[in-house]
Design a protein around this ligand. Structure first.
Ligand code: ADP
Ligand code: ADP
Ligand code: MG
Length: 476
């Protein structure tokens, strides 16, 4: 084992918990920064050291790069792990970490700068011979140019923010008139949300699946870690992820993996990354959309599928170790599903539902893994994203994994906030998903049906109300 060092976890919620656990398992010391609202969080309770960043707003705390670096130096940390979201894809922050003499757990700042900007990443992918969606060559300066580009590629067209992420900063338009009406609004929104209003255009693929490839590099070797399918989405946000992606022809799958691996090698990628594609099942073709230069929310799908620990691997590689696996060591085992359980109310347009979790009992049993952000009695605060935790199941095949996921969801007992658990359960029961014939818009098209089913079945499963066990026991 390497000499113990202190690693500062610059994040919150479930990913902070996940990273703290990996740091401790490797025999290192886990420090975590917390905002005032997160002083008693699960991550804080599990960490060896806690540094409070005064304030609650993200910009005063988790997004304050200078404060995070100062916290790391203050606890004598050697490295900073950024998790996902917040500062994880901020090249300037990564540079400031390195400049402070700390190890940055992630790819080099230069790689983040190119691949974290979605417009330059597309240009890089095209240069590497990776197929992309037809679209503009980089950022589009104004609406006149945008209209010309859109007319060449044909409507519908997606207007996308170069700095977008987390499913935000994307607008789909069907005509030149709509494009003209949406252009300035989208730019203004992107400027407000990401501090960067630059936009580019892409043909909008109507019936696509979201398929992505996990990659890893250590500066010498570059491997792919197979694929995940994240097509169950709402508003471009993933709700359920699985691996392997169902129904890909073997040759297509192999091409997809090799394309991602080659891109990683070409840019000298170090650490964990994900290359995202849209897959057109009818044409059996795939197109690069973006690369995420960080650990992703759905990384446990790959961990369970391949029996690896991606977060430990990130830490080990950043601290100078070579990759612990070769390409041929990475063999998928069965099928994995991940369900995001968020404190949102599906009956009210998925509005955040902050509050105290008066009850929270996770399922257990064969093939079940839970990556929690909170435990019973904790509060989902209104200041940050509303994830309660992730439920991950593995089984021998896809049908078995779906059955296991539904069984596990039915065991989940959660009270005090509204959650997406019931909605996710309904999505898993959808026959189109069962047949793997869904696409990224399927969930939205079925939304009314799925949500209507929820309200009429209230009082049934344990996720909507935590009933005392006795009420569910049939007297002999
Ligand atoms: P993944 O790609 O891992 O599935 P998401 O796209 O769901 O992850 O994003 C993970 C988290 O990071 C979310 O909380 C999201 O809001 C946040 N996030 C991702 N990209 C950005 C970005 N460019 N700006 C702000 N937040 C982001
Ligand atoms: P983010 O950075 O927010 O994750 P992505 O570029 O990965 O943004 O897109 C998020 C989702 O939006 C995709 O998974 C897909 O469902 C949808 N999407 C993005 N671009 C397109 C496109 N050109 N055609 C169809 N769907 C798209
Ligand atoms: Mg994406």
């Amino acid at each position: 084992m390497a000499e113990p060092v202190t690693v500062l976890v610059a994040n919150r919620g479930e990913i902070a918990v996940r990273v703290v656990r990996a740091v401790r398992e490797l025999g290192h010391v886990a420090a975590v920064v917390v905002s005032d609202a997160d002083r008693d969080s699960l991550a804080a309770r599990l960490a060896d050291q806690v540094v409070v960043l005064p304030g609650t707003a993200s910009k005063d705390t988790y997004l304050d790069g200078a404060a995070v670096v100062a916290a790391a130096l203050g606890v004598g940390a050697s490295a900073i792990h950024p998790g996902y979201g917040f500062l994880s894809e901020n090249a300037e922050f990564a540079r400031s970490v390195v400049a402070a003499g700390l190890v940055w757990v992630g790819p080099s700042p230069d790689v983040i700068a190119v691949m974290g900007d979605k417009a330059t990443a597309l240009q890089q992918a095209r240069a590497a011979g990776v197929p992309t969606v037809p679209g503009s060559d980089g950022v589009v300066p104004d609406v006149v140019t945008a209209t010309a580009v859109a007319e060449t590629i044909g409507f519908p067209v997606a207007i996308k923010a170069a700095a977008g992420g987390g499913g935000r900063g994307i607008r789909v338009v069907d005509s030149a008139a709509e494009l003209a009406a949406q252009w300035d609004v989208t730019a203004a929104e992107a400027l407000g949300a990401f501090g960067d209003g630059r936009l580019y255009l892409e043909k909008f693929i109507r019936r696509a699946r979201h398929v992505e490839v996990q990659v890893f590099g250590d500066g010498h070797r570059f491997v792919h870690l197979h694929d995940r399918d994240c097509s169950l989405q709402r508003r471009h946000q993933k709700l359920v992820e699985e691996g392997p992606a169902p129904g890909l022809p073997d040759a297509t799958r192999a091409d997809l993996h090799e394309s991602a691996r080659r891109l990683a090698a070409e840019i000298g990628y170090v650490g964990a990354g994900t290359v995202e594609y849209l897959y057109d099942a009818e044409a059996d073709s795939f197109h690069f959309i973006e690369m995420n230069t960080r650990i992703q929310v759905e990384h446990p799908v790959t961990e369970e599928l391949l029996g690896v620990d991606l977060v430990q691997e990130q830490l080990a590689v950043a601290l100078g170790a070579p990759l612990s696996f070769d390409q041929e060591d990475l063999v998928p085992r069965g099928h994995v599903l991940e369900l995001r359980i968020n404190a949102e109310n599906p009956l009210m347009s998925f509005f955040p539902s902050p509050g105290t979790l008066t009850a929270l009992t996770w399922p257990s049993g064969p093939g079940v893994r839970v990556d929690p952000g909170v435990t019973a009695g904790d509060t989902i605060s209104p200041y940050y994203d509303s994830m309660i935790g992730k439920l991950v199941v593995r089984a021998a095949d896809r049908a078995g994994a779906i059955a296991r996921a539904r069984r596990a969801l039915a065991e989940l007992e959660l009270a005090g906030v509204q959650s997406t658990a019931g909605f996710v359960g309904a999505a898993l029961a959808d026959p189109v998903f069962g047949a793997a014939e869904h696409h990224t818009k399927h969930l939205e098209e079925q939304l009314d049906v799925l949500v209507a089913g929820l309200s009429s079945s209230s009082g049934g499963p344990g996720w909507s109300v935590a009933e005392p066990a006795s009420e569910r026991t049939v007297d002999a």
